[in-house]
Design a protein around this ligand. Sequence first.
Ligand code: G3I
Length: 314
Amino acid sequence: AGLAVVAKAAGKLYFGSATDNPELSDAPYVAILSDTKEFNQITPGNSMKWDATEPSRGTFRFANGDAIVDLAKNNGQLLRGHTCVWHSQLPSWVTNGGFNNATLQSIIQTHCSTVVDHYKGQIWDVVNEPFNEDGTWRTSVFYNTIGPEYVAVALRAARAADPNAKLYVNDYNIDGTGAKSTAMVNLVKSLQAQGAPIDGVGIQGHLIVGQVPTTIQANIEQFAALGVEVAITELDIRMTLPVTDALLQQQKRDYQTVIAACNAVPKCVGVTIWDYTDKYSWVPSVFNGQGAALPWDANFNKKPAYDGIVAGFA
Ligand code: G3I
């Protein structure tokens, strides 16, 4: 029936995929990406990041992000903006600018409000990856200069630019319960106590075959209990190559486990995979000897993982 069809039948808002501009010249790729029975949401993997959108101070570039917005609009798909404030893919004028607290706050405000205003009407990963594995704050130019308040600064700017956008904080390794997830719970509580706008927690979901946490549902429930929505925003489940039937079967079970956990919690509103085909996965370029993380193989054939996703929404 299609992944978006089964997700919607299960009461979810969307099932989506990340994509990136260079891939859009691959016609067979775009055909599946644009099939709204499979995907009714897309996320630009790179083209709305800071280095892409404000490469030098006050100079904004929207063409690549616009191309993905246009594709989503033409297809009738939702779009998740990704991402306003992140320590990575950050131009050196921000990282090495030597700005003081007040100036850097105003740089965040200008950046987030300009980008969120330009791409009005979306879901947004406003802040990405604020924490270390042990739940302490990740050191970045933002944290080092402003302190934890940089998160609220970004969220308030985004809300002012587009009162209708859904505003998320997003991180990886907050799939199961643990120190990093607890840090996210505490951040949401603190934002709520300050009256800062926070609509959702994004669980990236970059996972490993055979090592999917057993506490995903409990973890989603603890986020949902804060009154925010939850989304799985960048799901992929990688394996050590070569691909074997046994690994593909385990991967199928792992996808089912993750999807079933989201499915069980009404406030888990949607799932996005971090591209849909192994042809364009980020994994092999970063994890040597690993890959095959997505539900379609590099030749656009559906893998067992596809059926695992369908089963997870059943
Ligand atoms: O744009 C340059 C291009 O000009 C240059 O020729 C080429 C040569 O290496 O590099 C291109 O930049 C690459 C960029 O993707 C665009 O393709 C970077 O090297 C590469 O590091 C970058 O990787 C992206 C990665 O984020 C960077 O951290 C991946 O595509 C993207 O999928 C990945 O996505 C992140 C999420 O944003 C946050 N969560 C984790 C996730 C996976 O790392």
